[in-house]
Design a binder for this molecule. Structure first.
Ligand code: FUB
Length: 337
C-alpha cells in the first residue's frame, strides 16, 4: 500500500511538472516569443520590452523596443541561458524604430532572424539578420525584404520550402493594404465585409527574398465562408503561427481586440484554414502572442502576459504544455492561470 501511494505521489509530481507554467526570465521583460528546436536545444526568440517613456497612442508607439536577446535551454524546465544582445536598432540601416515580434529559421548551417521594424518613412517592413549560430549575434541585411510590409513574421518550413507569414492590424498597419498595395486612405473593412487575412509568401532559396507576391491566408467559418471583420471573437488580428500535427496544418493567431489565441486547420501551408476554436483565453494585458513547438513528443506553447508589471508594454514570456485531443482539436488553456 505504501509503495502504491509513493508511486502515485511521484506520478502526480511528474504530471504536475509537465503541466507547470514557467517563466522565461525575470531579469528583463520579454514578449512575442518564437520557440524553435535547433541543434538539439530549445531556442527562444522574443521581443525585448523596455520602458522608454513613449506614451500609448493608437498605434502601439509605447512598444518602443530597441534590441533583441536570444535565449536557450537544453530541455523543457531546464536552466535558461540569455545569450545577450543579438543585434540592436543601430545595426539595422533601413529601420527607424520599434523592433517588434521576431521569428527565426535554420537552413544549411545558417540561422535567419526575421523581424519587423518601421522604416525611415514610418512604414512597417520585415527584415532579416543572419548568423552561423542559433544564438547569434546576428548581422542584419542592408535592406528589408522587398515586397514585405506590416509585422509579426513567422517562418514555417514544409518539405524543405520556407514560407513567410506576416501581418497585423492597427499598429501593425495591415489595414492600409489591399492586394499588397498601400494607401493611407485604406482602413479596416466594415463589420459585414471579409476580415483582413494574414499574408503568406514562399521565400526564395536565399531566405532573404520573396519568391512570389504575398497572398491572403483565408480563415473560413463553419459554412466555408471567410470570417467577417465584425466577428472579433474569431477574426485574425496579429501574431500568426503555423504548426503541423498528424498531417494537418494549424494556423493560430491573436484576435487582438478580444484578446484570444484562436486556431484554424488546413491541408497545406497556404490554406484555406477552417476555424476550430480557442487555444488560450485572454491573458492579463492587451496583447497576446504565442508560438507552438513539439519537444520530445509533447507540445508546448510559449506566450506572454503582464502579471508581473501590470503594464501592457512590459511583458513576460512564459511557457506551458499544450494538448491536442485524439480528434486533432486543441484543449483550450486558461490565459489567467
Ligand atoms: O510586441 C509588439 C507587438 O505587440 C507585436 O508585434 C504584436 O504581436 C503584439 O504582441
Amino acid at each position: 500500500k505504501i509503495k502504491l501511494s509513493l508511486s502515485l505521489f511521484i506520478l502526480s509530481i511528474f504530471i504536475y511538472s509537465q503541466d507547470e507554467i514557467r517563466y522565461l526570465t525575470d531579469t528583463i521583460y520579454s514578449a512575442d516569443a518564437s520557440a524553435h528546436l535547433f541543434d538539439g536545444k530549445i531556442f527562444i526568440y522574443p521581443s525585448h520590452d523596455i520602458e522608454t517613456g513613449v506614451t500609448d497612442g493608437t498605434d502601439g508607439a509605447h512598444y518602443n523596443m530597441k534590441d533583441y536577446h536570444v535565449y536557450s535551454m537544453d530541455k523543457i524546465g531546464g536552466e535558461i541561458t540569455n545569450h545577450g544582445v543579438a543585434f540592436g536598432l543601430q545595426d539595422v540601416l533601413w529601420a527607424s524604430k520599434q523592433l517588434w515580434a521576431p521569428d527565426a529559421a535554420h537552413k544549411d548551417g545558417v540561422y535567419y532572424f526575421y523581424f519587423p521594424a518601421k522604416d525611415k518613412d514610418g512604414i512597417f517592413r520585415i527584415g532579416v539578420a543572419k548568423s552561423n549560430k542559433p544564438q547569434g549575434p546576428f548581422k542584419p541585411e542592408k535592406n528589408y525584404v522587398k515586397g514585405t510590409y506590416s509585422m509579426d513574421p513567422a517562418v514555417y518550413e514544409d518539405n524543405q520550402k520556407y514560407y513567410l507569414y506576416f501581418g497585423g492590424i492597427r499598429g501593425g498597419q495591415l489595414q492600409k493594404y489591399r492586394n499588397n498595395i498601400y494607401s493611407k486612405n485604406n482602413d479596416e473593412p466594415a463589420k459585414d465585409e471579409n476580415a483582413l487575412s494574414p499574408k503568406i509568401a514562399l521565400l526564395k532559396p536565399d531566405m532573404i527574398s520573396l519568391a512570389e507576391e504575398p497572398k491572403d491566408v483565408l480563415i473560413l467559418d463553419e459554412k466555408g465562408n471567410p470570417i467577417k471583420a465584425g466577428d472579433e471573437d474569431r477574426r485574425f488580428f496579429e501574431g500568426a503561427w503555423v504548426h503541423k500535427f498528424n498531417g494537418k496544418y494549424y494556423l493560430s493567431y491573436s484576435t487582438g481586440t478580444t484578446h484570444k489565441i484562436c486556431y484554424a486547420m488546413g491541408d497545406n501551408p497556404y490554406g484555406p484554414f477552417n476555424y476550430q476554436g480557442v487555444v488560450m483565453t485572454p491573458v492579463k494585458g492587451w496583447t497576446t502572442h504565442h508560438s507552438i513547438i513539439e519537444v520530445e513528443d509533447e507540445w508546448y506553447i510559449f506566450y506572454h502576459d503582464t502579471k508581473k508589471s501590470g503594464k501592457n508594454y512590459l511583458r513576460n514570456v512564459k511557457y506551458r504544455k499544450l494538448t491536442h485531443n485524439p480528434d486533432g482539436t486543441i484543449q483550450t488553456l486558461n490565459g489567467l492561470d
